[in-house]
Design a protein around this ligand. Structure first.
Ligand SMILES: NC(=O)c1ccc[n+]([C@@H]2O[C@H](COP(=O)([O-])OP(=O)(O)OC[C@H]3O[C@@H](n4cnc5c(N)ncnc54)[C@H](OP(=O)(O)O)[C@@H]3O)[C@@H](O)[C@H]2O)c1
Length: 294
């Protein structure tokens, strides 16, 4: 049985990971305020005391626009804290699984990004996440960094929930059509993470260490926000509540936001698929599963 420390149990992804990891062994799951990532001293004793084989970091500072004014906080949570986790993981012989983002790229490549492409973040959030990747690499232990994109849940506020709400409160929706990436259902991402660990055998840290590296892992296929929004509205479980008459594609430049966003930041996930024999299905197949009302 595996000993897994899950950090960030209340986040979109962390919530699903608690369930996906449950069959694997002894899981200790924590979140704020039990741990406060701005205080490295709150992380170290937890790791030393529990002696996990695997640490999964699902915490993050994810407020992309707010980060422009909260640089130090974003850096503490997204850069310094993962570095501390990686150092402690290495001390106790654990592997660290950490999640990063397509926002490490500037979106100007014009096609899907592979792991060897040069990052060039456009905003503080992306910069802080890239800093976290580097801090983990610098710690020199065993790690998997899984870069994902456009993570959604039907539980916490996400693009899916926002689009459904806009359609109930606005007669005409304008959604950007020039931002393209991979919609990723957090439950499917959690499932794949669990299955990956299930295949790691008796020595998960060693097994992950042999495969250490940065991998892209996001929903297959790509979509613009406009295409994604249209698909969400078509699957609305309560269409009679929609007042939106039409949905119109818009340009990113028409909606200035504090943080710049990459335009084409879709991820090529072939390396992960070949290495682990697992992939996230096409986003168009997954969205109906995510939106099915239980
Ligand atoms: N969401 C996306 O579209 C997206 C896209 C690409 C990559 N990712 C990456 O995927 C991973 C999972 O993202 P997610 O969407 O599941 O994030 P999320 O829903 O924002 O969850 C992050 C979790 O971290 C916790 N946290 C924040 N500050 C903390 C602190 N100081 N101490 C302890 N815990 C703290 C949050 O607690 P509170 O709720 O109390 O703040 C929350 O439970 C992250 O690494 C993220 O960067 C996300």
């Amino acid at each position: 049985m595996m000993r897994i420390l899950l950090l960030g149990k209340y986040g979109q992804l962390g919530w699903e990971l608690r369930r996906a990891l449950a069959p694997l062994g002894e899981i200790r799951a924590l979140d704020f305020p039990e741990i406060d990532l701005t205080q490295p001293d709150s992380i170290r004793p937890v790791i030393q005391e529990f002696q996990p084989q695997v640490i999964i970091n699902a915490t993050a500072y994810t407020a992309v626009d707010r980060a422009e004014n909260e640089h130090d906080l974003a850096m503490a949570i997204n850069q310094a804290a993962p570095g501390t986790m990686a150092e402690e993981a290495s001390q106790v012989g654990a592997a660290l699984i950490h999640f990063s983002t397509d926002y490490v790229f500037d979106g100007t490549k014009g096609s899907d990004y592979v792991e060897s492409d040069r990052p060039n973040p456009l905003n503080i959030y992306g910069l802080s996440k890239l800093g976290g990747e580097q801090a983990i690499l610098d710690a020199g232990g065993d790690y998997l960094i899984l870069r994902t994109s456009w993570v959604y849940s039907s539980r916490r506020e996400s693009f899916v929930m926002k689009v459904l709400e806009w359609a109930r409160t606005q007669t005409s929706l304008r959604i950007v059509g020039d931002q393209v990436s991979n919609p990723t259902w957090c439950r499917m991402l959690a499932e794949v993470t669990g299955q990956l660990l299930a295949s790691s055998g008796r020595d998960p840290a060693g097994w992950l260490g042999e495969r250490r590296g940065i991998y892209h892992l996001a929903g297959s296929g790509r979509a613009s926000r406009f295409e994604w929004a249209r698909a969400i509205l078509a699957l609305d479980p309560r269409p009679e509540e929609q007042i939106a008459q039409d949905i119109i594609p818009a340009l990113t430049e028409e909606f200035p936001t504090p943080a710049l966003r990459p335009l084409h930041s879709a991820l090529n996930c072939d390396l992960f698929n070949h290495t682990f024999g697992l992939s996230l299905p096409d986003w168009q197949q997954v969205l109906p599963l995510a939106m099915e009302v239980e």
